[in-house]
Design a protein around this ligand. Sequence first.
Ligand SMILES: *Cc1c(COP(=O)(O)O)cnc(C)c1O
Length: 474
Amino acid sequence: MKNKLPALTPLTASWVDHLVQKKEVLTGLIEKYGSPINIHHLKMFDENIDLFKKVGKKNGINSKIFYARKANKSKFLVERTKDKNIGVDTASYNELKQCIELGIDANDLVLTAAIKNEKLITYAIENRVLIILDNDDECMITQTIAKKLGKKAIVGFRISGFNVEDKKLYSRFGFDIEKVSKSILLTRPGRTLENLDYTGLHFHLDGYSIKERAAAIFKALEIAKELFYHYLKTRFIDIGGGILINYLASKEEWETFQDQLKKAVLTNTDPITFKNNGLGFSKVDDKIVGRLKTYPFYNEINKGKFLDQLLNSTNAASDSVADLLQIQNIQLRLEPGRSLLDQVGITVARVAFRKKDSNDNTLVGLEMNMSQMSSSSEDFLLDPKVIFLNYDENESPSEVYFVGAYCLERDVLLQRRISVKRIPEIGDLVVFINTAGYMMHFFETEAHLFDLSCNLAFTSDPDALKLSDFRSDE
Ligand SMILES: *Cc1c(COP(=O)(O)O)cnc(C)c1O
């Protein structure tokens, strides 16, 4: 007998529950703006900001949030940061320029772009925006430009190579912790980088470990102390992003899904993913090897709790992160992207066709493409919601794959086979939950000259939404 497909029920915000009941509003939006659309509820963004502020306050530290805007392209979120008194982390010339044009104060901006050319550095210096330097070449170029302009460049130094449990964490970014002081000391008067005004340290770690982040802060605090002996004051330590969020309602579902995935890969029967894709698991010598290469979608320690645990982590001398930041009078800066966007957005697409593929799978074609819901992770492991426009009391459960508009065999929107109570009809809508962080924008492309998806936002009461409550980001 065939196993039932494992469900992965998403956590949904109540605004989403309200909106999916409003079929005429959703179909109206799709008619007006095309498919797919991305809908954002800005009040959820506010709530996430307030949560992090509260945790900072509770722990008695001076903290400041910079929203990592690379996680979502919409301007209305950037505008919202002004009302909420937080900053913005920018990662390119266009991101920075747009923020300045939207009236964000220079003190509320940080430039962390991985590649910075002369045009970008000049623009940042002229606008007095903090530049996070990554390497000696960047220091030299920034010094040259600042000197030519007769100005000081406000800078921080990105650091990496932290030691955690006797292992050095690899990163291609930043100065090695053993060498960074030497470069920072050159910013003192009369030295070769004297047009750089050193203000703080920055890191952004790969992965989501609290322990690694705590170790990195302790090391940054040590470096700050050492620099202080040379009259260089570290005003902030910026810990980047990577605060975990939780996407899923049930731990049991999350575990069952992984067990069934491994079983399907091992036995090569009852696939639960497209072409039995192991999403990181594979079979070698009749054993499962590898690990799930997706975002860790289920997390009990997330958002506020994650930050709280980090601030309460202690070093060998039993001093906590929060205590040491206070003692050394250093501001903690955060650059959350995904976690500020938790429950902020959904993506809605229209069903274009149903068919059988050459393996007799049922495919449901949606008016969208793989780049409009994709991240660096192997798959988005959340069940979508199907909105059936016509009432039909007959339910005939089925299992389908959702496929997109790119001319690639691999444009399968979700790798998982999805249970539906019946096969959707043309014109029905499929809603992907919690997509505002990275999923909807990060890899979006215009191949085939498809229009980019339209971004919409509302702030009004979710239980009385009308078509006119939504505004487009254009
Ligand atoms: C991507 C990035 C962030 C945001 O990370 P999240 O995991 O989305 O919170 C913050 N800072 C830097 C430097 C980044 O590259």
